[in-house]
Design a protein around this ligand. Structure first.
Ligand SMILES: *Cc1c(COP(=O)(O)O)cnc(C)c1O
Length: 697
């Protein structure tokens, strides 16, 4: 967190807490026992800045992100709303269940409990704002302002407006849909847009503007209240004016962020009604009714204290996300992954679908986020190396077919069945042993066409047919694996050709014997890059999905793939060596001149070879290539940063991927390591957290 954090007042996030307290005020009326008019002002005038503020921060940040985060914001808000709906079901039941139709209506319009109207209003408001913004900011503001005026007529000014019978009839229609006009399309769009506009004046102007507008709004509110014009008291003519100045003031003061305040305020908003509900029986049981219920101020303070404490507890118990302050991490670009899936699907041909190979934690990219992204992109099947990898995907909610490519002990047949995993038959004996377990299993037959690793020999028709007669195996597919398809040499290409022909011929012989070999598949990544589209139902790309080739060798069809993974580590410490001083284990490095060395927090236990520096290993720091020196340690390595000004602890270095203008391709690093990207990436240690980038849609 230290890194780029600005010092100063995180005004926007702190004000979220203030706004949450105001909402608790609105629902507990702290001053009611002492000063009813004061209470009206506090809760029905001043308090009314709270919800518009929440809308404005949302609009502000969505607009600042170019509205790219809109889908995610919408989804998260919907999820939070659904969680809140469930949370308050007991209260709904206690209050007397609504008829189902009313209930569904409440879900989409007014919220299922009094404070939840905010959620449907935002969920409706955001798409409206996106639509309005197509017209440009000013027309959008104009239209949203008109909507607000309409809403005003059904809220604070209803007593005046409804004196015109035609208007009263219109509002009666509106009230059939929304109980209050703040609930629907009249209120949220304006504040979302005002937030998006992000107007900003000096602190003095903003402060004076806010004070004046608040004074005006107080007069307005107290007058409307005195005249008894208000049907509801959420909207005032001067509320948008107040908000523009208040928000400007907060923006001007704002420095940095306070994530905890953000989360705690939202939880406070959602849960405080539960404490209002629970405080009643608690007060009765303890005989403290007079104090806790009748004294409005104590009641408010008790609800507030319980709300803050429980929201804080929820915050402390939150599931830990991969820490952006990790010492080193794998950055996985889900948008690049989604793009690659699309490109590969197009390359595989229309009839052939992709079975995504996500073995070895998706080649070090994190199997679960990868599989989820690919499934959203329409990928219908996955392949893993072993049963435990398949189970992990099932537990993460991946219900698509999953093929276990490797050998599985027959004793695990029950696990295969329970988790609905399709097992590869490694050879005839394996098939028979699996069947002997007496558990019904779906299997794909591996066919050995020349790799001589797994599979029933392609010419052994009898053995292939025998698998179909085994009582407990149900053959739903047949596949082979190519072993030289990565080579463009003539001899290798002829070998691959021979493998494919033998494979298809075996499938034909089975069909002639009246057996259905099921889905056929043969191509892995290099099969897609180097062979034309095949008459197969599936292809099994692994490394290609991750946007890299195995090495620097050329292929027939270079596709527009994007590397998914970047590997980064932080600088732990920087020091200067005089000429002649050595560094690292064995003092394997000696400074020839005055040298600045940075220690990076990543080592061979994270998956880098120990001799990478001697093989020419480099990292990018501030976009500049710096050579690794000495020997890689278990958890650290040294780089020569003499050429880069001002490198300091905490800043990130890139070992694979881009930084600034420069890029370290995984292929290049793999070749330096004396291997292929498949090995380099899949060996990255699970202690490197996966930090996701992009949304993968
Ligand atoms: C690993 C594997 C793949 C994927 O290979 P890539 O070269 O990474 O595309 C496909 N099929 C089988 C049988 C595998 O073991």
């Amino acid at each position: 967190m230290q890194g780029g954090r600005e010092r100063g007042l995180p005004a926007l996030d702190w004000f979220r807490l203030a706004a949450a307290v105001l909402v608790v005020c609105i629902h507990t009326s702290p001053l009611e026992s002492f000063a009813p008019v004061g209470d009206f002002w506090l809760t029905r005038v001043l308090g009314r800045v709270a919800v518009p503020f929440f809308l404005m921060v949302s609009g502000y940040f969505l607009a600042r992100g170019g509205w790219k985060g809109t889908g995610r914001f919408w989804r998260r808000t919907a999820e939070l709303y659904l969680a809140a709906v469930v949370l308050y079901l007991p209260v709904n039941v206690y209050n007397g269940a609504l008829p189902p139709l009313e209930w569904v209506k409440a879900l989409f319009t007014d919220g299922t409990l009094y404070h939840l109207w905010y959620f449907p209003a935002v969920l409706l408001g955001v798409p409206i704002v996106r639509g309005l913004l197509r017209l440009g900011m000013l027309p959008a503001l104009g239209l949203a302002g008109l909507l607000y005026l309409v809403g005003l007529g059904g809220d604070s000014y209803y007593g005046l407006v409804s004196q015109v019978p035609a208007l009263a009839a219109v509002y009666d229609g509106v009230f059939l849909v929304w109980e209050q006009t703040r609930n629907g399309l009249f209120y949220a769009p304006l504040f979302l847009l005002l937030g998006a506009a992000g107007l900003r004046w000096s602190a003095l102007t903003s402060g004076l503007g806010f004070a004046a507008a608040l004074a005006g709004m107080s007069v307005e509110g107290l007058w409307l209240h005195a005249m008894d014009y208000q049907r509801w008291d959420s909207m005032y003519l001067l509320l948008p004016v107040c908000m523009v100045f208040l928000f400007s003031l907060l923006l001007t003061l704002n420095r940095g962020e306070a994530r905890a305040a953000r989360r705690v305020s939202m939880v406070m908003y959602v849960i405080h009604p539960w404490w209002i509900v629970l405080l009643r029986p608690a007060a009765r049981l303890t005989g403290l009714e007079e104090l806790l219920l009748d004294n409005s101020l104590v009641h408010f303070l008790a609800v507030l204290a319980l709300t803050v404490l429980s929201a804080w507890a929820v915050y402390l118990l939150r599931p830990l996300r991969p820490d952006p302050t990790a010492r080193a991490w794998r950055e996985v670009d889900l948008d690049a992954l989604a793009h690659n899936a699309q490109v590969l699907q197009a390359a595989a041909g229309r009839r052939c679908r992709l079975m995504a190979v996500v073995k070895a934690d998706a080649y070090g990219h994190g199997a679960v986020p990868v599989a989820r992204t690919l499934r959203r992109r329409g990928m219908k099947a996955f392949a893993v190396a072993c049963v435990s990898e398949g189970i992990a995907l099932r537990k993460a909610g991946i219900f698509s077919p999953i093929l276990v490519l490797g050998w599985t002990a027959p004793e695990q047949a029950e696990l295969l069945r329970r988790w609905r995993l399709i097992q590869t038959v490694a050879d005839g004996d394996h098939g028979r042993a699996l069947s002997r377990q007496g558990v019904p299993l779906k299997v794909h037959l591996a066919v050995d066409t020349g790799m001589h690793r797994l599979g029933i020999p392609v010419e052994d028709t009898e053995e292939l047919e025998a698998m179909f007669r085994l009582p407990h195996l149900h053959v739903t597919g047949m596949f082979t694996h190519l072993c030289v398809s990565d080579s463009m040499e003539r001899e290798a290409e002829a070998y691959t050709q021979g493998q494919m022909e033998a494979f298809y011929a075996a499938a034909d012989r089975l069909r002639q014997a009246g057996l259905d070999p099921g889905a056929l598949h043969a191509q892995a990544s290099y099969g897609i890059w180097n062979l034309p589209a095949q008459p197969c139902q599936w292809a099994r790309p692994g490394i290609a999905l991750y946007g890299v080739y195995s090495d620097l060798a050329p292929v027939h069809r270079r596709l527009d793939l994007r590397p998914v993974l970047s590997l980064r580590a932080r600088v732990a410490s920087v020091r200067t060596l005089h000429a002649g001083e050595g560094a690292g284990y064995g003092l394997a490095f000696t400074a020839r001149r005055e040298t600045r060395l940075a220690a990076l927090s990543i080592g061979y236990a994270d998956g880098l070879p120990r001799d990478l520096p001697a093989r020419g290993g480099q990292v990018l720091l501030r976009g500049v290539r710096c050579p690794m020196v000495g020997r890689v340690c278990m958890d650290q390595l040294l780089v020569d940063v003499t050429g880069v000004e001002g490198v300091s602890p905490g800043e990130p270095a890139t070992l694979i991927g881009g930084d600034g203008e420069d890029f370290l391709p995984a292929e290049e690093v793999a070749v330096q390591c004396g291997t292929i990207t498949n090995e380099l990436l899949s060996r990255l240690s699970s202690r490197l957290p996966v930090v996701r980038k992009g949304r993968g849609i």
